[in-house]
Each structure stands twice: as structure tokens, then as C-alpha cells.
Ligand binder design. Structure first.
Ligand code: APR
Ligand code: PHB
Length: 393
């Protein structure tokens, strides 16, 4: 097989990139390790920044999203039994969109298949060769070894992919922070108990109330990093959520219902520099991981490929300056978002050892945030997202 751009991974990064390239008349092939069903069923986060939605709308990928999404203009910080609303739209001038990432992936897969251009499922890339001058992706399809020759390879294969490992260790600098806790994520057939998201700081640990639709609630609990999900039967989950989301308002109660999915997600920050190695470009989780607290993973992946699509468009016209600037341009945003995600995570999660000094710092930060318009505006600006650069045709 031969193409201009070989894309490894059919997550949000790979699929949005393939579409942006198609709009520019640049041919690509997307190789995905998993089945279509697996990729479309993976429950992940659900908050889209306005810049992400604007881009998806501009390039024709937001049809169902704009019909079915929930638009939110604020979030709530809950601590000491009292909820404090952060009015995002009033402070930062933009709203956020609630729309499950797996729903977006379904839309992106359908759009890709609609172009008739190759999206190969159950086709894992096993090696990347010739990254300096003549890239070849070696992959397996129907049990047979195959090769994809391309001008450029883009690693959109996430944290466990092969593209990052295709680069010699000495050529990569990896920055990493592991957090001493994880999230137990729950998808429940229960109507949301709040119009907006609730971020709860509690002595027993962090909790988050989110949602997917008027019938489906998405909830998270801070747990130990090695916590087996089997330690959390449904009734224990609901009891713990009720305790951590409790508030002084006697009329408020957490609606519960059948739990459709539960899983434990580790919390880590990772950045791999640079994001380019010869003719290999890394995008999305293949290049960086953020703790889920700031809901930034998907949005950062889209921001990367928006920059890369413009750069590849210029490259196809003979101008390589965009590709030369890709890594530095993306890393500037990546580190801003990494800081915000680390800051939100450190503020809201109870220290595992219950350290009283940390506890008082966290409460002081929360009280300042909910008492100062300037502080709340800083949170709001970062939460709704910085303007996207690039991506439009
Ligand atoms: N060959 C082909 N595909 C692969 C390989 C491989 N060797 N390794 C991994 N993949 C696929 C995975 O199956 C997955 O579908 O690459 C895709 C990577 O997608 P994501 O992990 O979703 O990463 P990305 O597209 O960067 O999106 C980041 O997704 O995981 C969430 O929290 C993350 O919100 C963030 C967003
Ligand atoms: C979600 O709805 O999955 C979600 C929302 C906000 C976050 C993280 C996850 O910060």
C-alpha cells in the first residue's frame, strides 16, 4: 500500500486528522488495532471546549453533536457542604459542550467511512521504519504482515501505542508525574441530579458528578491507585458518592440507578518531547497524557491535529516551515494545559496521607477561587479552553 500520510490509531486524534487532510486533498490511510465496535464503545470523558466544537462544526463533523449535546454555562465547586457556582460563560465568554467522546468517535468513524478512504480496523501497526526519509509502517491485517509506504507517519496511537517507541530513547525526553490516586469512573442509568457538573472536595476524597444525557449520569470517585474495581460493588459506590456529594441543602439528593459500566483510571501527567522525529509526528495521547480532572485529553488531541493539518497542507504545497514549527507550537499549548490539569487535580484530591497542611492549602485555594472574580476568571478561561490555532481549511 502507498499513501501520503500514514495515520496510526483511530481515536479522536487520528480520525479528526484524517478528515482535515481529506478536506485538503491529502491522501491518508488510518490503521486501527481494535475493532470498530471496540473503538466506538470505549467510554471516555465528555467535555468539549468551544474551540473544539467550533472546529468540528467548521469542517462538517458536528451534525449530530450540535443536535444532541448539552450546553453548560457553569460548573460547581462543592466543599464544606456548600456548592459554589463558577459562571463560565459570564467570566470567560464561552460555554462548554457535554457530549460523550465515544459518541464523537462514532461520528468521526462514519465520516471517514463516508469518504471512501481507507480506515482499516484490526490492523495493528507493529513497526515504523525509515522515519528519516522513506517511512514504512509495518502492520498486520487478517493475520498477514503488510506494509504501508508513506511520505509522513503520524502517531495517533495513544499512551500504549507503538509510534513513540519507534524513536530511539536518546532522541526523546519524557516528563512524567504519577498521582497517588486514581479515578473510579461510573456510567449509570440515572437522571443527573444537577444541571451542571459538580467537582466535590471532601475529606473522604474527590468526587465528580457529570452526565451524558437527561437519562445517563457519569460519576467519578477518587480511589487508591491500585484499587481493584471488584472492591466497589454498586451499593458501595452509591453510598460513597452520596457522602462525598452531600451538601447543606436538605432538599438535594443523588439519583441512583443501574450501573452500566465501571472502571478505574490512573491519573498521570506525561509529555514526550519533541513531538516530531524526522517524518514521524506524534499527536494526542501518543505525545502527552493529562489527568482527567480538567477534561482536556480529547481537546488537546484535536488542538494538535489542527496545527498538524495546516502544516501538512503547506508541506503538500512545498512549504515545510509548518512541519518544522509543529512540535514547538503544540508544546506551548500542551504545557499550559498540563499546568491547568495538574493544578485542578492537586487542588481537588485529598492527599492520601490526609496531610493537614495540604488540606488547609486546598481549602484556602477553593475559598479564594469562589470569593475572587479574578481567580474564578482564570479557572474559567482555562476550563472553557484557549482559542484553537489552525485546522480550518
Ligand atoms: N496500531 C494501530 N492502532 C493502535 C495501536 C497500534 N499499534 N496502538 C494503539 N492504537 C489505537 C488504539 O486502539 C486507539 O483507538 O490508537 C488509538 C488511540 O486513541 P486514543 O487513546 O483515544 O488517543 P487520542 O486519539 O490521542 O485521543 C486522546 O482519548 O484516550 C482518550 O483520554 C484520552 O481524551 C483523550 C483522547
Ligand atoms: C466526564 O463527563 O467524563 C468528565 C467531565 C469533567 C471532567 C472529567 C470527566 O473534568
Amino acid at each position: 500500500m502507498r499513501t501520503q500520510v500514514g495515520i496510526v490509531g483511530a481515536g479522536p486524534a487520528g480520525l479528526v486528522l484524517a478528515h482535515l487532510l481529506h478536506l485538503r486533498g491529502i491522501d491518508s490511510v488510518v490503521l486501527e488495532r481494535q475493532t470498530r465496535e471496540h473503538v466506538e464503545r470505549r467510554i471516555r470523558a465528555g467535555v468539549l471546549e468551544h474551540g473544539t466544537v467550533d472546529l468540528l462544526r467548521d469542517v462538517g463533523l458536528a451534525g449530530r453533536l450540535l443536535r444532541e449535546r448539552m450546553v453548560h454555562h457553569g460548573i460547581e465547586l462543592l466543599f464544606d457542604g456548600t456548592g459554589h457556582r463558577i459562571p463560565l460563560t459570564d467570566l470567560a465568554g464561552r460555554e462548554i459542550t457535554i457530549y460523550g467522546q465515544h459518541e464523537l468517535v462514532k461520528d468521526l468513524v462514519a465520516a471517514r467511512l463516508g469518504t471512501g478512504r481507507p480506515l482499516l480496523f484490526q490492523a495493528p501497526a507493529v513497526a515504523l521504519d525509515g522515519l528519516d526519509d522513506a517511512p514504512t509502517i509495518r502492520f498486520v491485517q487478517d493475520g498477514r504482515p503488510r506494509e504501508l509506504r508513506c511520505d509522513v507517519v503520524v502517531g495517533c496511537d495513544g499512551y500504549h501505542g507503538v509510534s513513540r517507541t519507534a524513536v530511539a530513547d536518546h532522541a526523546v525526553t519524557r516528563y512524567q508525574r504519577e498521582y497517588p490516586y486514581a479515578w473510579l469512573g461510573v456510567l449509570a442509568q440515572a437522571p443527573p441530579s444537577s444541571e451542571e457538573l459538580i467537582y466535590a472536595y471532601h475529606d473522604r476524597g474527590f468526587a465528580l458528578h457529570s452526565m451524558r444525557s437527561p437519562q445517563i449520569t457519569r460519576l467519578y470517585l477518587q480511589v487508591r491507585p491500585d484499587e481493584p474495581v471488584t472492591d466497589w460493588p454498586d451499593e458501595r459506590i452509591w453510598a460513597e458518592l452520596r457522602r462525598r456529594l452531600a451538601r447543606d441543602d436538605p432538599g438535594w439528593r443523588l439519583a441512583d440507578g443501574p450501573i452500566l459500566e465501571k472502571s478505574v483510571t490512573t491519573m498521570r501527567s506525561v509529555v514526550v518531547e519533541p513531538m516530531r522525529h524526522g517524518r514521524l509526528f506524534l499527536a494526542g495521547d501518543a505525545a502527552h497524557i493529562v489527568p482527567a480532572t480538567g477534561a482536556k485529553g480529547l481537546n488537546l488531541a484535536v488542538a494538535d491535529v489542527a496545527v498538524l493539518a495546516d502544516a501538512l497542507g503547506a508541506w503538500a504545497a512545498g512549504d515545510t516551515s509548518g512541519l518544522d514549527a509543529y512540535s514547538a507550537r503544540c508544546l506551548s499549548r500542551v504545557w499550559r494545559v498540563q499546568h491547568f490539569s495538574w493544578w485542578m487535580t492537586s487542588m481537588l484530591h485529598r492527599a492520601q496521607d490526609g496531610d493537614p497542611f495540604t488540606h488547609r492549602l486546598q481549602l484556602a485555594q477553593l475559598r479564594y477561587l469562589t470569593g475572587s472574580r479574578a481567580a474564578a476568571t482564570s479557572l474559567a478561561e482555562n476550563y472553557v479552553g484557549l482559542p484553537l490555532t489552525g485546522g480550518r481549511t
